[in-house]
Design a protein. Structure first.
Length: 314
């Protein structure tokens, strides 16, 4: 089968899973779909993903995605999202060819039947591993390393409530190929994720930021995962200022920002105004001090923040 100009791309502000999913599907696209597709990215690569990509021995045959700001004539394989608000312009029901994702269905439509693989796993790369295994495709050491890294990132080394027993089993099988010291590797990943060197305050809230339409409400939720939450909290005044600017610029009804402590498994939830504070108290029942609410055991936007907000606001 010949399929011209097909791209694989994830969501805006891409995390490790979004970037690596596109890379792996592109690398094996001929064996999966019968044609060659090209990996692209919808935003800048974050520090954790840079560490993962630099970890691979050079040279590697798996290509790093180039930035794409708009889809024109290309067919699209969408990974790690189905939210219309989180994808670049030009992706529509006419050019959507396939979806591979582990989130809730976000409302995308297609003109023709498409290939769709959506499963409630901790990581899109867990689904991709299952696809490769089902098709009896041999997985290279570099591909195994990348997929393990994505799984570790999305599941916070299996500590996120999004983690499933299947994610753990898949990582174990992949590591037979990759042969990593997973504990050491994850610690180095999270150290890179926490690095604030050269990061502007605006980038802290925007690096892992997602927009949601919840009923009539426009809601933004930013997350920063770190092993050093104190370094973020000490910048709280600058962060609140950056949040205020972003809320105004995007004409949001609500804007939240959560600092996830990976090691202590909790979240410091920044509440920009009295409106966000009252909403958070209603939903999460926590106490806030200086508009920062402490949420023990909360580490997942996908499972512990967004559904709860949607239930009230939608």
């Amino acid at each position: 089968m010949k399929q011209d100009k097909t791209i694989i791309i994830g969501h805006k502000n891409p995390d490790a899973d979004s970037i690596i999913s596109a890379m792996i599907i592109a690398f094996y696209s001929e064996k999966i779909f019968g044609f060659k597709a090209i990996a692209k990215r919808a935003g800048e690569i974050n520090s954790e993903t840079k560490f993962i990509l630099n970890f691979l021995p050079k040279p590697t045959k798996i290509k790093v995605p180039q930035l794409l700001k708009e889809v024109k004539q290309e067919k699209v394989i969408l990974v790690d999202t189905t939210e219309p608000s989180q994808i670049i312009s030009g992706i529509n029901e006419d050019n959507l060819f396939a979806i591979i994702d582990h989130h809730n269905l976000g409302g995308l439509k297609s003109m023709s039947p498409i290939y769709a693989r959506v499963e409630p796993l901790g990581c899109t790369c867990s689904i991709i591993y299952k696809i490769l295994k089902e098709k009896k495709i041999k997985i290279s050491k570099d591909a195994a390393t990348l997929m393990i890294a994505a799984i570790i990132s999305d599941t916070l080394f299996f500590n996120s409530p999004t983690t499933t027993s299947e994610d753990k089993k898949i990582a174990k099988e992949l590591n037979i190929i990759a042969k990593l010291d997973l504990k050491k590797f994850s610690a180095e990943m999270f150290k890179a994720k926490s690095n604030l060197k050269g990061i502007k305050t605006e980038e802290i809230i925007e690096k892992d930021y997602k927009f949601f339409q919840m009923g009539k409400h426009k809601v933004g939720v930013g997350i920063w995962e770190t092993v050093d939450s104190a370094s973020i909290i000490e910048k709280k005044e600058q962060i609140f200022s950056a949040m205020k600017n972003k809320k105004t610029e995007e004409n949001l009804d609500h804007l939240f920002f959560g600092v996830v402590d990976i090691l202590k498994e909790n979240m410091k939830f920044f509440l920009l105004s009295e409106k966000e504070e009252n909403l958070a108290k209603q939903i999460f029942k926590g106490k806030s001090e200086n508009r920062i609410m402490f949420l023990p055991g909360v580490v997942s936007r996908k499972k512990q923040i967004v559904p709860q907000l949607k239930q009230v606001l939608s």
